[in-house]
Design a binder for this molecule. Sequence first.
Ligand SMILES: [Zn+2]
Length: 363
Amino acid sequence: MTDDLARYQRQMLLPGFGEEGQRRLQESTILLLGCGALGSVAADMLARAGVGHLIIVDRDFVELTNLQRQVLFDERDVADAIPKAEAAKRKIANVNSGIRVTAIVDDINHTNIERYAKGADVLVDGLDNFETRYLANDLAVKTGRPYVYGAAVGTTGMSFPVLPHTAGSAAWETAGKNFATPCFRCLFEEAPPPGTSPTCDTIGVLGPAVAIIANFQVTETLKILTGNFDRVSRTLLNLDLWANEILQLKVDNVYEKTDCPCCRQRQFDYLDGKSGSSAAHLCGRNAIQLRHRQQADGIDIAAVAARLGKNSAVTANEFMLRAMINDAGCAYEITLFPDGRAIIKGTDDTGVARGIYAKYVGA
Ligand SMILES: [Zn+2]
């Protein structure tokens, strides 16, 4: 065993691993979509396991209510308003300096996901909404890369590793179609209407439920990266820890039974930008995210801070600006990122959010 592998000795003892499996991990790249509860647990474990390159994309910054379950972050990150992707990168540097982390502070959408996924062997889901999951699934199926779905809310969680039916792709050539699974859209044909699903903010979320789902995702990812496709779970994991229910639903025949627009008809509506929007309701936070594409070449944060600072409480750093605004008797919090993306807190109305943005940041 060479020195660079010594730290992984306990892992290499496992069946299906060995030095060869460890080397495969070292040569692998993961795109981690979101670095909240699921993502921070996954990032930590993937880094410790020795995955060579982690690309972490997250649009948010660390808040106090995250700390109950988002294990990579601490009170300092909250005080300094550090973006989650950047905070994760800093923590991982102390955990495993032998791997590479690329931190990207951005909202994942159809205009950027292909760029961020460049070179990634597996897409790991740390998301909080259906729309972006369909987008990730589209990319996975189109390019024949595995996508490891995970979700947790309340005391429940779900997970499923998608090995796409995409002939000619690396995964297909290695694993063969015998190991291909239904895709995310085969399993969940349509997103529930906005406002109808429980969110972490409306019903809460149990830290251990998140950690179990994230670790299940990591385990499946490690199986895939080490080439142990015959070991990859073929069931949809569905658990409720508070009710003591752990179900593994057989979904093998779903692919044959559906006429899935994504993996059967090969229509990538989300990736093509035909579905989805530039304004997103943020998972139960009484907040709207706005993305103004025309400002993609950048916003002068310092100039906006100087302008807003005359009448409002403003904090700003190189990653973002945050301003507390009082508008017509209503309190709003604007968080603005250098690329023009903004999160408007204090409303769940897209129109109101656009109005506040236009008024205080400029359309
Ligand atoms: Zn499908």
